[in-house]
Design a protein around this ligand. Structure first.
Ligand code: GLN
Length: 189
């Protein structure tokens, strides 16, 4: 495996919880707040939080273009919840700009208010094992291009997808005790 650490966008939201998961998997990490930090990383995690805040910060600090270039250079990127919103091609409710790293349409806050936050279980398709999924003011993936692979669903909802070197999950895998998704993401590096 590449010796460079995995970057975690560390502006706001759940970045510390992702760092704990990487530590538990003996994987070095680096908090990313500037474009130059990306040069020292092998992959990037964009955590959940508030996508509007994350978008404002990455735009004002040169990270918007830097993350797009990072993906084009072939580095894996993993967005969770608000991170998934940032990775979408199209964002609704309301419309907002995004990095457009994946051909998915995503609707923000699609389960309703904070009270509609919930824990569900669904199969992680790559290993066929049951996975806990924590949804917090989560978005919904409303449409995917046919080159997008579904990694997890519960009922009819598509909650985790992969396209090329990018993964988006509408839930918070970093808040569950085991995270097959992080292990899967690290295998892409
Ligand atoms: N509702 C947030 C947004 O749309 C995402 C919430 C989360 O990341 N837990 O930005």
């Amino acid at each position: 495996m590449n010796k460079l650490p995995v970057g975690i966008l560390a502006i706001q939201g759940g970045y510390e919880a992702h760092a704990k998961v990487l530590c538990s998997l003996n994987t070095p990490f680096l908090y990313v707040t500037l474009p130059t930090h990306l040069y020292k990383t092998s992959a990037l995690i964009i955590p959940g939080g508030e996508s509007t805040t994350l978008l404002k910060f990455i735009t004002e600090n040169g990270l918007f273009e830097a993350i797009i270039n990072f993906k084009q250079q072939g580095h894996p990127i993993f967005g969770t919840c608000a991170g998934a919103v940032l990775m979408a091609h199209t964002v609704k409710n309301p419309d907002q700009p995004a990095l457009q790293l994946m051909d998915i349409v995503i609707e923000r806050n699609a389960y309703g208010r904070q009270l509609a936050s919930c824990i569900k279980f669904g199969k992680f398709i790559p290993n066929q094992e049951e996975m806990e999924m924590v949804f917090i003011r989560a978005p919904k993936i409303k449409a995917i291009n046919k080159t997008v692979e579904i990694l997890a669903q519960y009922d009819e909802e598509i909650v985790c997808v992969k396209q090329a070197n990018c993964i988006a999950a509408t839930f918070h895998p970093e808040l569950s005790i085991s995270s097959p998704l992080h292990i899967y993401f690290l295998s892409l590096i």
